[in-house]
Write a protein that binds this ligand. Structure first.
Ligand SMILES: Nc1ncnc2c1ncn2[C@@H]1O[C@H](COP(=O)(O)OP(=O)(O)OP(=O)(O)O)[C@@H](O)[C@H]1O
Length: 364
């Protein structure tokens, strides 16, 4: 079989070494394939392999605090190393955590730059709570939107920080009741409008891509995605703030602006309702649409982490979603509990790496 690395096509992770991550004490894997399938029973350690890749690329886990410390019980540190290939050739990545903190490295040099866009691989996760993007707090959707904007416009990161600082200062002034329309409102409006401009630009491109993906799925007939900027469409932010001034002074915080922005999937102008499986498929499509926008802006290849993609999806929906993932030509790590035989399309015509995971041990 021709090596995906040797023919220079694969952009992604080509090897991974894990030490003391949850139930994985020591694991070394060669991943010379566009598709890596990890199968095994509950609690085997499949998601932990995805978590290792996420930790390498993002420096933090995707599991909440409830999942407890990442380091294997009784051990003092976790170490993850990997090699990836990409536009900048073959690079080594490192993640190390002990009681004193976390260190990351890129080609053996410490990686302290928090700007994820400069990291050679970008991981995108479809995890067990994927649906929360739709039914969770609007703050989740804003964070998601901003993360995507940031990947196409790196300046947005600093702008967003400045905006949030100004918002906090404005709220402090509102709380102090010592309010006079002045500098905080002016700089707040300027920053807010700029944040909104970036968001709207991304959203416009994202919507185009999303609407192109929808027709394959009957349950999305007549659906559209809508962005709400956080204040009325009719008024300028300055005017809208004047209208809510008394209410803001009385409650002591900012009531409108980009910190109230949100997006919804709608049908006939109303929030559309979806089953859990439909919501999961929809989140996959939103992520894939965002990935297409990133690709248009020259953002490097993604590595997809698809945690039990098949769960909650019927075979037809799953197969349609899978073929869209496959068309991205990005590397995909897929976990599965199911012992159902896999269609040829899943194994990328025989080019997939298949592993069985049991008690934190991987076997081909
Ligand atoms: N700090 C830790 N030390 C040792 N083991 C841990 C630690 N944290 C979690 N575990 C165990 O590691 C395993 C991790 O399982 P993981 O979530 O990777 O399973 P999975 O194969 O994805 O299962 P499922 O199909 O149920 O999602 C679990 O058995 C969990 O109890």
């Amino acid at each position: 079989m021709e090596s995906a690395i040797e023919d220079g096509k694969l952009q992604g992770l080509v090897s991974l070494r894990i030490e003391n991550l949850r139930n994985i004490q020591r694991m070394q894997i060669d991943l010379d394939a566009p598709v890596v399938i990890l199968s095994g029973g509950n609690g085997a350690g499949k998601t932990t392999v995805l978590e290792a890749i996420y930790l390498l690329a993002r420096g933090r886990s995707f599991r909440g605090r409830k999942a407890g410390p990442i380091t294997t019980n009784g051990e003092c540190c976790t170490s993850i190393k990997g090699f990836c290939t990409g536009q900048r050739g073959k690079l080594s990545l490192g993640f190390y955590r002990d009681r004193t903190g976390t260190q990351r490295s890129l080609d053996s040099a410490p990686w302290e730059n928090q700007d994820a866009t400069h990291f050679p691989i970008s991981v995108k996760l479809i995890g067990e709570n994927a649906q929360s993007l739709l039914d969770g707090d609007p703050a989740l959707r804003r964070t998601y939107l901003d993360w995507n904007v940031f990947h196409v416009e790196h300046r947005f990161g600093r702008l967003r920080k400045n905006f949030h600082r100004t918002l906090s200062q404005r709220n402090a002034v509102l709380r102090s009741k010592d309010w006079a329309d002045g500098i905080w409102s002016r700089s707040f409006v300027e920053l807010a409008e700029e944040v909104n401009r970036y968001r709207e630009q991304f959203f416009t491109d994202w919507r185009v891509q999303f609407l192109q993906l929808c027709p394959t799925f009957d349950f999305l007939a007549d659906c559209d995605i809508r962005f709400r900027r956080g204040w009325s469409d009719r008024d300028s932010l300055g005017d809208a703030l004047t209208q809510v001034r008394a209410a803001e002074v009385s409650c002591g915080y900012t009531l409108i602006g980009p910190s109230r922005a949100d997006f919804t999937v709608e049908r006939d102008g109303k929030a559309a309702c979806f089953s859990r499986g439909q919501a999961k498929a929809l989140v996959c499509l939103l992520q894939l649409a965002a990935d297409r926008v990133h690709a248009e802006h020259g953002v490097g290849a993604s590595v997809w982490l698809l945690d039990d993609l098949e769960a909650e999806l019927d075979q037809d929906t799953c197969s349609k979603i899978w073929s869209i993932f496959a068309a991205t030509e990005a590397q995909r790590f897929v976990t599965r509990v199911s012992t159902r035989p896999m269609a040829d399309e899943w194994t990328a015509g025989g080019k997939a790496c298949l592993f069985h995971v049991e008690h934190g041990v991987l076997t081909p």
